[in-house]
Design a protein around this ligand. Structure first.
Ligand SMILES: N[C@@H](CCC(=O)N[C@@H](CS)C(=O)NCC(=O)O)C(=O)O
Length: 223
């Protein structure tokens, strides 16, 4: 059985949880807080970052969400998530990079700093300028998502792919932290509400990070 080292608001761990659920790969969750800098965790992943994953019986330890996702894509046939022609696969990987790097850097990371790290770790008030900047950038990213969904049923093409899971994982954390204003983003809202109803998403929606309360609409599948 796989053990996934993560914490509830880690978007990269969420992406893997969605992927493993969609592919029917059984796993258990191990709570890991990167900010604790636990020595044992550095033996699993020298960067000290979540997620990392182990399989004791197979003697395997893997780290970095993209490396782990590619591993499951190559080893588990069910529900391929990086599929199609070479051009289709390049498009999927482009969008994964967009959400893992740009959306995370512009939106998720600042929201995590202002609304999680400062609240439960350093016990400082959030900086409202940083929050406003993150929310403005979230709005720009949602404009692009609206545009994609205007042209395709799923973000990278005609079928659901890892690009959708990467985007939904980042957006779900930003939404939990109150950083998403859905007004005026009907296409993005429609796409995200399809995700919210999937069985793979239910454990994410029902989980809470201690001390950080999501807005009421967060877990509402009809919102
Ligand atoms: N490229 C990495 C990014 C992982 C990452 O940044 N994880 C965050 C938590 S969501 C972390 O551990 N941050 C602590 C740090 O950077 O020291 C991946 O895809 O797994």
């Amino acid at each position: 059985m796989w053990r996934l080292y993560q914490f509830p608001l880690c978007p990269f761990s969420r992406k893997l949880r969605l992927l493993m659920s969609e592919k029917g790969i059984p796993f258990t969750l191990e709570r890991e807080h990167p900010w604790d800098m636990r020595e044992g965790f550095y033996h699993l992943n020298p960067t000290g970052r979540t997620p990392a994953i182990t399989h004791e019986e197979r003697g395997l330890t893997l780290a970095d969400s993209r490396a782990i996702a590619e591993y499951f894509e190559e080893t588990v046939q069910k529900n391929p998530m990086i599929n199609g022609t070479a051009a289709n696969r390049a498009e999927i990987r482009r969008l994964i990079a967009l959400f893992d790097e740009n959306f995370y850097g512009d939106v998720t990371a600042p929201l995590l700093m202002e609304r999680m790290t400062k609240r439960i770790i350093t016990r400082e008030p959030p900086d409202s300028r940083q929050l406003r900047a993150a929310m403005r950038l979230a709005d720009e990213h949602l404009d692009y998502l609206d545009y994609l969904i205007d042209h395709r049923p799923w973000l990278a093409g005609s079928t659901m792919s890892l690009a959708d899971l990467a985007a939904a994982a980042q957006i779900s954390v930003a939404d939990y932290l109150g950083g998403i204003n859905w007004d005026g983003h009907e296409q993005a809202r429609g796409w995200y509400s399809v995700f919210k109803s999937r069985p793979s998403f239910q454990p994410l929606l029902s989980e809470r990070m201690e001390g950080v309360v999501p807005p009421r609409h967060y877990a509402d599948v009809n919102a």
